[in-house]
Write a protein that binds this ligand. Sequence first.
Ligand code: PLP
Length: 418
Amino acid sequence: MQNFTFLNNQLISTLTDEYHTPFYVYSQKEIEKQCQAILAIPAPFGLTARYAIKANPNTAILKIIENTGFHFDASSEYEVIRCLKAGIAADKIQLTSQEMSSEHLELIIKEGVRFNACSLEQLRRYAALAPRNSEISIRINPGLGSGSSRKTNVGGPSSSFGIWYEQVEEVKALAEECGLRITRLHSHVGSGADPAVWERAASLTLAVARQLPEVKTLNLGGGFKVARHAGEVSTSIEAVGQTVADVLKKEAEETGRNYHLELEPGTFLVANAGSLVCSIDDITHTGDDGYTFLKINAGMDMLTRPALYAAHHPCIPVSDSDEQVEYVITGHCCESGDLFSVSADDTLEPRLLPKSNIGDTVIIEGAGAYCASMSLKNYNSFPQVAELILDHEDKAHIIKKRETMEQILVNEVLPSYL
Ligand SMILES: *Cc1c(COP(=O)(O)O)cnc(C)c1O
């Protein structure tokens, strides 16, 4: 009998009887539990928690998270529009984006969505359209890097995110010239599980806030790491919360400034609240010195993290065999990079798993964040898969239908000369 984060054998067989694999399944209870853990952080001068929509933007997930009291962090203007369409109030949404086209900026200003300028140019573009004296947030790069690889690092000199902390004087001069008031300060360096890194990120951000007298809200971003498998450490949200609360109290004693705290978890809320349910399509071997491959009916087109970052997701065959076999798990795309059991240096990493057969179900865990949302959709013309949510009684509801071939082709145009 295997252990799953939120599924069990009975539930899996009920789901696979009713729905064709592959599909994503999420747990409302798990999501709500994680939301509550964040909302319990003892911020001394108030807390607003924002969900980083990009982790999993499905409307049903947004609604569940909103109902716990969360606000939202959008990473593009399109995520803002998605939220507005979901009926989320504009003042609960803050936009922090790499690209800021003027196309939607007017809408964002008109609706009253909060804007977090990530560069001097964004500040200028916003000022050109916003009423004078508008309140604004700025994102700074406090000079501290983090993240488990270059591809997930979002701070320090090699990261393009935010305004470099040494440019604060320029920002102040520009804001004054444009008639904008900087009342909120933001940094997101992906601090991870170590409270000491959070302490350092908070202190560096506060040092910048000391130069910006109108700032009342300090947003420290997200990046609360969760363990997806046995070898990883999860953030102790109590320890990080207490550390940040202590830094804010100390700052209040030293400067008399009481900062309202904002946090923006994405991964922490949904990563372990989602699994990809798939099946073994084929099993092949490459001889005595080779490998045994479990070929599953899922792949990088729906879950890209292993191919992109060599991310480790538990892949658990639903098998009651006591015999253990070393398997390499491969996806269904015609691409040798479509590999689920991959080592950090990007080589095949066989896993010891219960002996499995063609047709067995496989549960890929830790698949709630940056999986459905960040996939190489439609590679090999595979359709986007269905997504389900389990309610409080573990009853499944469809929250995204499986895509049809017609939908894949809908925007293709065959010019008449062909
Ligand atoms: C992606 C992102 C987050 C969330 O990061 P997680 O690692 O998923 O917690 C928060 N804030 C901003 C600005 C982001 O871009």
